[in-house]
Design a binder for this molecule. Sequence first.
Ligand SMILES: Cc1ncc(COP(=O)(O)O)c(C=O)c1O
Length: 363
Amino acid sequence: MKTEIDANIQAVLDSAQFIGGPYVAELEKRLAAFAGRGYCVTCANGTDALQAAFMAAGVGNGDVVFCPDMTFVASVEPAKMLGAVPVFCDILPDTYCLSPESLERQIQAVLAEGTRTPKAVVAVDILGNPCDYDAIAPLCERYGLILIEDAAQGFGASYQGRRACSFGQIAATSFFPAKPLGCYGDGGAVFVDDSGMEALVRSLCVHGQGPGGKYDNVRVGINSRLDAIQAAVLLPKLKALEDYELDARQAVAERYRAAFAGKLVTPAVTAGGVSAWAQYALLAENGERRDRILGYLRERGIPSMVYYPKPQHALPVFQGLPRYGETYQNAMDYCARTFSLPMHPYLGEAEQKEVIAAVLEAL
Ligand SMILES: Cc1ncc(COP(=O)(O)O)c(C=O)c1O
């Protein structure tokens, strides 16, 4: 893609229109069409996308936002920053996504306590795997909660024929370079269905600007916009993702699954879903074995990562939050045993064989 990306970057430099402009407008149109959503508003990163989503949802002081216990801190951080109380829910033991049963237990516990207002649910398409939206969306409806999809890792995934970023009232994604659709720096986007919400998110991302424009500020917002250079990079990359990268990711994941089935715990894809395979995470028998495998791979120069070593409830920043008796057994077990292997659409078969051989040797 180098020729096209380089030409696009040069065109932005020549235009000197570094913020907004035709590349950003075109990208937003293409992203909304790809996700099957009414509108896309791009912004500076995935964390800002979530913050704008929470602000648009009206999350504030005293509200409760239900979040999965196993995710990246950015899924939770903006809610806390807005004065809300994150209440963590356990994950499912096989897909590692938000457990609908744990979610309902936590909602009922908050309601029974009666001092806080249940407001929103953040469903994270963790590691690229879409959540069980057929279970989560009706729960949100029943309890009057706003569903926010954190598709930072899930761009390109689908569930029951619908693409990630199309679930909930608002969805957010990230274009951080390691994501399924990555740019050359930071980037993010918010997806909504109606024009009123689109206008609200656009206003929030530009200092709460009003109908009178830039200097007619009607609410407190943030400054979060996507650089034109990033949009120029993302346009050809979105086409590649659609044309062949998603299929290539499936092939890499299938080769790992075939090699490790019965030897390590391989990740289950949510029923009715297709994972974007942002990461390929295996579970070792226990934490000690996981650490020994990681050490062996490190010695051989094979990259591996732990996404994530700690569940959210165990992070220092979230101490003192109410747990309502939840023990987070699945999230703790996952975090102790997980490790991820190289995963991207350009991982050749020969290279992947080396990775697989090293893991099998370690075992
Ligand atoms: C699940 C999840 N949510 C949110 C984010 C935040 O995205 P960004 O790094 O673009 O701010 C990330 C990525 O790091 C993520 O993995």
